[in-house]
Design a protein around this ligand. Structure first.
Ligand code: GCU
Length: 127
């Protein structure tokens, strides 16, 4: 299917800031979530039909401690996903999350579940 890319810096951010002080991001920067429970991001997923969509999240976590975020679609039940450490803040890597969407407009929300907040998030690719 069609691959769609959403730059994190153009999505709806809660308790986070767009920054560009670590190399290797796409677009104009990345999102640095505040180091609090509840920092997060919400972005649209437009699906031609109902079914599973793979979200590929490009992130960096320059610590050795995973930064979990809950993932929920259209306000549905959250599923927690770990974002393991990537050693450095310019060490970007991909994490896949499969979500079930309805046909048409969907909203996917990621929310940090620990006081470390989320990892730095560069972009989300969908297919
Ligand atoms: C550092 C780093 C930030 C990162 C932050 C964090 O300050 O420079 O890009 O977001 O750590 O721990 O979340």
């Amino acid at each position: 299917g069609t691959l769609t890319r959403v730059e994190a810096e153009s999505a709806a951010i809660t308790q986070g800031a767009v920054e560009s002080n670590h190399a290797g991001y796409s677009g104009t920067g990345f999102v640095n979530f505040d180091n609090v429970v509840g920092s997060g991001i919400e972005f649209p997923v437009d699906a031609a039909s109902a079914g599973n969509v793979r979200l590929t999240l490009r992130y960096a976590n320059g610590t050795s401690v995973a930064r979990p975020m809950s993932v929920s679609v259209n306000g549905g039940p959250p599923v927690v996903r770990d974002f393991p450490g990537t050693t450095t803040w310019d060490g970007w890597t991909n994490a896949a999350v499969d979500v079930s969407v309805t046909a048409g407009a969907n909203s996917v929300k990621l929310v940090a579940t620990t006081a470390d907040g989320g990892p730095n998030l560069d972009r989300i690719s969908l297919r």
